[in-house]
Design a protein around this ligand. Structure first.
Ligand code: SF4
Length: 158
């Protein structure tokens, strides 16, 4: 009986105003359409990848804002790049960039991609991301917080 009255209570309750208001207000800040990124690790320690995974996980859920990661650069609007650009990954990065259709939004995710971080001046390093590509957005941090990653996606001005 107790369970039935609890269920009735839940069913008859209107959707929380705060929740729906949040959803409506966030949609005004979202891009005009969904945005897909090809993630490229050009020399990270993989902690940035863990935070990107969290950004798309059930807590931060970047997908609800129309963001997605895709397997092919040909299906992407841009690249989400982590790590410092290593000699070995420079070629694959440029090939991936060439395969990406315009507008080619380039996001430098994490301090390594932005300024070299702890790997700066290492023997296998070619440079930072802005040395080889025009960077559209930067997400600082070592690693960046998933919420920062989601916020950057949401603020992409198309
Ligand atoms: S920014 Fe930090 S967490 Fe990200 S790849 Fe570099 S060292 Fe790792």
């Amino acid at each position: 009986m107790k369970i039935v009255s609890m269920l009735n209570n839940i069913i008859s309750k209107p959707v929380s105003k705060g929740f729906s208001k949040g959803r409506n207000s966030s949609s005004s800040q979202s891009p005009n359409r969904s945005v897909a990124f090809r993630h490229v690790d050009v020399g990270s320690c993989n902690a940035c990848e863990i935070e990107i995974s969290s950004a798309f996980g059930p807590v931060y859920d970047a997908s609800r804002f129309g963001m997605s990661l895709v397997a092919s650069p040909r299906h992407a609007d841009g690249l989400l790049v982590t790590g410092v650009v290593t000699q070995n990954m420079y070629g694959p990065l440029m090939k991936t960039y060439e395969a990406t259709p315009k507008p080619k939004i380039i996001i430098a995710c994490g301090d390594c991609a932005i300024n070299g971080g702890i790997f700066k001046d290492s023997y296998g390093v070619k440079g930072i991301l802005s040395d080889v590509l025009e960077v559209s957005y930067s997400i600082p941090g070592c690693p960046p917080h998933p919420q920062q990653i989601v916020e950057t996606f949401r603020n992409i001005n198309r």
